[in-house]
Write a protein that binds this ligand. Structure first.
Ligand SMILES: *Cc1c(COP(=O)(O)O)cnc(C)c1O
Length: 499
């Protein structure tokens, strides 16, 4: 072989400069996290910074150091905020330093977890065994790490559909369907389940949303009626989705009652445990999840209450063979061998839609080993106790009003200058002035950088919503938050002249 042209590579010319850059990045990362409390919970990206992201495709090299420096100047100072101790918006984890190291080293090793025989594969298998323990699933169940709850619910419901359809959905599609299939959840079920129903060909109306009780848990007798009604109308009920922590208020459906009902009715029982499934390991609150271990499939999120850096979720399926049958496709170029690189019985690409898959298992493995599951359990209890304390503070304040019972770690309330009894919102009149006041209050609160809760609307009432899935939150943070809410609320009500 003759050398004709100079060959190129993406490796650096000098590994020592890359080592120095790597050390600098570690220093920046530690500084960033160690000082997080001193920075605002959120701040807007200034226009002149945003303008950086309008440049054309770079054709010539800038070099790693320059690109990295631009990152530290224009990106790193404007995080979403979920690393901050007073961030309680939507439902997110904080991440951990070790989790981030896991992501870094996973990318350095850069394996593909679609299949093959290599150590990373063993790590994901190990992590899945641990997750089965967390959820109370038997070892013979199957599982898969996925991007998050949305993908986990989609996969669980895909298996449910294929098992319950009564015909070969993979071969026929839904053209083979004699009757429209129906999946049930409460009106509080997460919207990703709606997307799953659409993608699975059931249609948006294929997810029937059943009314909730006053505590926002599914009304099981209404569910039973809905199933009977659908059967009477020639539809085919196939599955019930139980919510183990709803996104609005953290309500946990009566999972044992749903498991009983699914047994009686011959339906697949899927649990959306994106929020609450992991709370099963919490010594004081784990009992709230009773019944989750009876489900046929469960979706969990690891990047929420277990603080694994995004993205990390998992799905478990009790019937491993049904799981594999839903996704397995083995063309000649993916056949497994008895020995060698292509060894191994169960390739993960047979358990979900993705072929190429990243090594997200490493950050999970490192996090679990670093801290031990008992600590994660205590942290979950800590957040639930903080949520209850926050709720008490709201109840005791003359200008604040609770808007829903605290489910797990989620507190919904509003500023209400005339005060107001705690109520579940169903019975009081919708007050547009108060709704607008609280909307503006939330935006000003975000802009103040003091705290970052989010919002929701319950029974037409706009609420501030704090989801305390945060391992950095301290009790003092709750008081800082409440003080700022009341301060902004008073400023706003002085100008809106609310009665
Ligand atoms: C967050 C959430 C989801 C979606 O999970 P992602 O990880 O964001 O994909 C599903 N269900 C519930 C209850 C959630 O809170």
């Amino acid at each position: 072989m003759n050398e004709t042209t100079k060959e190129e590579t993406l490796d650096p010319e000098d590994w020592e400069t890359m080592r120095a850059l790597g050390h600098r990045a570690i220093d920046d990362a530690v500084d960033f996290l160690a000082s997080v409390r001193e920075r605002p919970a959120w701040r807007a990206v200034p226009d002149e910074v945003a303008a950086h992201f309008q440049s054309p495709l770079p054709l010539e090299p800038e070099g790693a150091e320059r690109a990295y420096t631009e990152f530290t100047e224009t990106i790193l100072p404007y995080p979403m905020g979920n690393v901050h101790p007073r961030f309680w918006a939507w439902y997110m984890g904080n991440g951990t330093f070790t989790g981030a190291l896991g992501d870094f080293m996973a990318a350095i090793m850069n394996p593909n977890l679609g299949g093959g025989s290599h150590a990373a594969y063993k790590v994901e298998e190990q992590v899945l065994e641990w997750i089965k323990e967390i959820a109370g699933y038997p070892p013979e169940a199957s599982g898969l790490l996925v991007s998050g709850g949305s993908m986990a619910n989609l996969i669980g419901l895909a298996v449910a559909r294929n098992v319950e359809a009564g015909f070969d959905v993979r071969a026929e599609g839904l053209h083979g369907s004699p009757k429209p299939m129906v999946v049930y959840g409460s009106t509080e079920v997460h919207s990703c389940n709606q997307k799953a129903a659409e993608l699975l060909g059931l249609g948006g109306r294929g997810l029937r949303e059943v009314a909730v009780n006053r505590d926002f848990t599914i009304d099981v007798s209404r569910l039973e009626e809905a199933i009977a009604e659908d059967r009477a109308h020639g539809r085919q009920p196939i599955a019930v989705i139980g919510s183990a922590g709803t996104v609005n208020t953290g309500a946990v459906d009566d999972l044992n009652a749903l498991a009983d009902l699914c047994e009686r009715e011959g339906l697949w029982f899927h649990v959306d445990g994106a929020i609450g499934a992991v709370a099963r390991v919490a010594p004081q609150n784990g009992h709230l999840l009773a019944g989750i271990e009876r489900s046929d499939s469960v979706a969990l999120d690891l990047h929420k209450w277990l603080h694994v850096p995004f993205e990390a979720g998992a799905v478990l399926v009790r019937n491993a063979e049904a799981h594999r049958r839903t996704f397995s496709a083995i063309p000649e170029y993916l056949e497994h061998t008895a020995r060698g690189l292509a060894g191994g019985e169960n390739w993960f690409n047979e358990y979900g839609p993705q072929l190429s898959r990243g090594f997200r298992a490493l950050k999970v493995w490192l996090s679990f080993k670093e801290h031990g599951m008992r600590k994660f359990g205590r942290l979950i209890d800590q957040n639930i106790a903080q949520a209850q304390l926050l709720a008490r503070t709201v109840r005791d304040h003359a200008e604040l009003q609770m808007m829903a019972p605290v489910g797990l770690n989620i507190v919904c309330f509003r500023y209400c200058p005339s005060g107001g009894e705690e109520q579940d919102g169903a019975d009081i009149e919708i007050d547009e002035v108060l709704n607008q006041l609280n909307q503006e209050l939330l935006i000003r609160l975000h802009e103040s950088g003091v705290a970052a809760p989010s919002y929701t609307t319950l029974h037409g009432h706009y609420c501030l919503r704090a989801a305390l899935a945060n391992h950095r939150t301290r009790v003092e943070d709750l008081q800082i938050f409440i003080d700022e809410v009341v301060k902004i609320g008073r400023e706003l009500s002085a100008v809106t002249k609310h009665p």
